[in-house]
Design a protein around this ligand. Structure first.
Ligand SMILES: C[S@@+](CC[C@H](N)C(=O)[O-])C[C@H]1O[C@@H](n2cnc3c(N)ncnc32)[C@H](O)[C@@H]1O
Length: 258
């Protein structure tokens, strides 16, 4: 083999995502009735009341099936110490907290959003309050990078994180780097919008460099997953399309720290 061919082979190996995989079949797992009732109610309308009494639509929340999936995932892994950012309209936070309530945890879930008032006009906090969940949430107006840096400095670690904050490339990589350092061994980091370039880069880094295990969220029929791969392969690359996209829960990626 020529030196050129050898170098090409090596580059291909480096670009390849070398993920171990853990399959969690969530397709048949039901969402508890009381949780489903709240999720149905949340998604009845996209317009949510804000702190100025206006009905507003912000977008960006996980879709209803993603929230159901999030609930199932939390119920399955039963994480004690949990964290999500950003709170936004509160859909993901609600799903996590309702699942935690089912599990009977007494500790509070931590939710971050530095722009909860500025951008969301407190819609997320109002949603939590109207569903009687405020007491189960430790809400902080902190940026993820600041909260995580403090957590690392104080030796605080989490069993589960849901990342849905700043989607820029730098912020997402920073989130992944700090999230890794603040996650307990065996803990799970989940990302919304795993089909964004920034999230794909963060997921790839955790799989390749930090040896996370990709959780195959088997929650959709194979044809749907294949269609998603075909749609995104050109932009996100063959390796991500082959190794990661088929195992997403719609656009949620979940990774387990070894
Ligand atoms: C797509 S929305 C989140 C939707 C939310 N997860 C839901 O379920 O409705 C993104 C949120 O991230 C927040 N955000 C932006 N930068 C952030 C940061 N550095 N740390 C934490 N949250 C951030 C924004 O204020 C915004 O509310």
């Amino acid at each position: 083999m020529s030196r050129h061919q050898e170098a090409k082979g090596k580059a291909r190996r480096v670009a390849e995502i070398t993920a171990k995989r853990l399959v969690i079949s969530l397709i048949a797992q039901p969402v508890p009735k009381s949780v489903q009732k709240e999720i149905d109610d949340f998604y009845r309308s996209s317009f949510k009341e804000d702190c100025e009494g206006k009905k507003a639509y912000h977008g960006g929340s996980p879709r209803k099936p993603e929230c159901e999936l999030l609930t199932k995932l939390v119920l399955h892994i039963a994480p004690q110490d949990t964290l999500d950012w950003g709170l936004g309209d509160g859909a993901a936070c609600m799903a996590i907290v309702l699942a935690r309530r089912e599990l009977g945890f007494s500790t509070r879930h931590v939710s971050l959003d530095p722009f909860q008032y500025l951008i969301a006009k407190n819609v997320g906090l109002i949603q939590l309050q109207s569903r009687g969940l405020t007491g189960e949430v430790d809400f902080r107006e902190d940026r993820s990078e600041e909260f995580l840096t403090d957590a690392i400095r104080n030796g605080r670690k989490f069993d589960f994180m849901f990342i849905d904050g700043d989607h820029s490339a730098g912020a997402k990589m920073t989130d992944a780097y700090l999230a890794d350092r603040a996650t307990k061994p065996g803990g799970v980091i989940a990302f919304h919008d795993a089909l964004f370039d920034s999230t794909a880069a963060a997921v790839t880094w955790l799989l390749n460099d930090r040896k996370y295990e990709l959780i195959a969220l088997a929650c959709e029929p194979p044809w749907k997953r294949a269609a998603r791969c075909a749609r995104h392969v050109r932009r996100l690359g063959i390796s991500y399309a082959r190794r990661v996209i088929p195992h997403l829960g719609i656009s949620i990626a979940a990774l387990r720290k070894s």
